[in-house]
Design a binder for this molecule. Structure first.
Ligand code: Q46
Ligand code: ZN
Ligand code: ZN
Length: 312
């Protein structure tokens, strides 16, 4: 296969655009899509702090590398990487190490916050105390809140997330299937400011997962290949499979889901004036749509069962 632009050997095909690209044109196409997306989601951002959520996996590593590339010529913009240690043995230590390798190589400030400090427990402990539950439900909610607090703590004006096109297409489909319009409107990337929430941007929104992986490989961006031991239990797996099958049968499905979402949000904002403004949680003061935020609700559930003694 040859590059559709310059005839050099192709390294990837993009069936949704019906083209093949060589390494140089592929890298340029990723960088240009991310640059445009960053500009669209953070218009005229020339001064302030941008936090980047960095797990140490490929997506967040590429998001940080490209955010650094985008902002590094603007000395008035500070980029800070934020990592969350949820307490997952055999997994998180490796990803945090990769995260540190990347921040050191870029010269980016790096802070780590933990579920233990924030919520007094870990995902491992919760998974063993509540064997019938899906650890990812707790993990996702707690991580979101820890990142929001940490981003506020460093005075961030925006929080960059490594969500790629596949992630977003899956989330959109999940929320549609669950009929959860509120969550559909509130999901990142954020179009309106919500009190107490650092606006989340997703510069990889137009980049399919396999292209993020290839870009990281071609650029030699360090990331950890490990898989979380709880990943097999995630509710998202079904939607990953469904989106993948739809994309195979009908290239461009993921982009179509993204466009549908953008139009729905536009329509919703026009009709309602603004996105649902969250109130504050009565326990922790973080933004919440109910009296008690979901992070605190999960802390109460986790505390309601006596913890098994720690293995030594
Ligand atoms: S870390 Fe947490 Fe993921 Fe592990 S427990 Fe699930 S959500 S799979 S990104
Ligand atoms: Zn080419
Ligand atoms: Zn709360």
């Amino acid at each position: 296969m040859r590059c559709s632009t310059c005839d050099a050997p192709a390294v990837i095909d993009q069936p949704y655009r019906d083209v093949h690209l060589c390494a140089a044109h592929f890298r340029a196409s990723v960088e240009e899509r991310v640059r445009r997306e960053m500009h669209r989601q953070l218009p005229r951002f020339a001064r302030g702090t941008v936090a980047v959520a960095l797990s140490g996996g490929k997506d967040s590593a590429v998001a940080l590398a490209l955010a650094h590339r985008y902002f590094h010529r603007r000395p008035t913009v500070r980029v800070v990487a934020l990592s969350v240690d949820e307490g997952i043995a055999g997994y998180r230590a490796g990803t945090l190490k990769a995260a540190r390798t990347l921040t050191d190589s870029l010269g980016v400030e790096h802070r780590i916050v933990s579920a233990q400090e924030g919520f007094g427990t870990t995902i491992d402990r919760t998974a063993s105390d509540l064997p019938g539950t899906v650890p990812c439900s707790f993990c996702g909610v707690w991580r979101r809140q820890l990142l929001n607090r940490a981003a506020r703590g460093v005075g961030a004006d925006a929080l960059v997330l490594g969500f790629n096109l596949d992630d977003l297409a899956q989330t959109i489909l999940m929320n549609l299937v669950h009929g959860d319009l509120d969550r559909l409107v509130r999901m990142a990337p954020h179009r309106v400011r919500q009190p107490g929430l650092v606006p989340r941007v997703a510069p990889l929104a137009r980049i399919p997962e396999r292209e993020v992986f290839l870009y990281a490989k071609l650029k030699g961006i360090p990331f950890d290949h490990g898989e979380c031991p709880y990943a097999g239990r995630a509710a998202r797996n079904l939607f990953r499979e469904v989106v993948w099958q739809l994309e195979e049968a009908q290239p461009g499905t993921r982009q179509a889901l993204l466009r549908t979402h953008e139009r729905l949000v536009t329509r919703f904002l026009t009709d309602e004036g603004s996105a649902t403004a969250p109130a504050r949680c009565r326990a922790c003061g973080e933004p919440a749509t109910t009296e008690l935020c979901r992070a605190c609700e999960y802390v109460e559930i986790a505390r309601s069962v006596p913890s098994a003694p720690e293995a030594s």
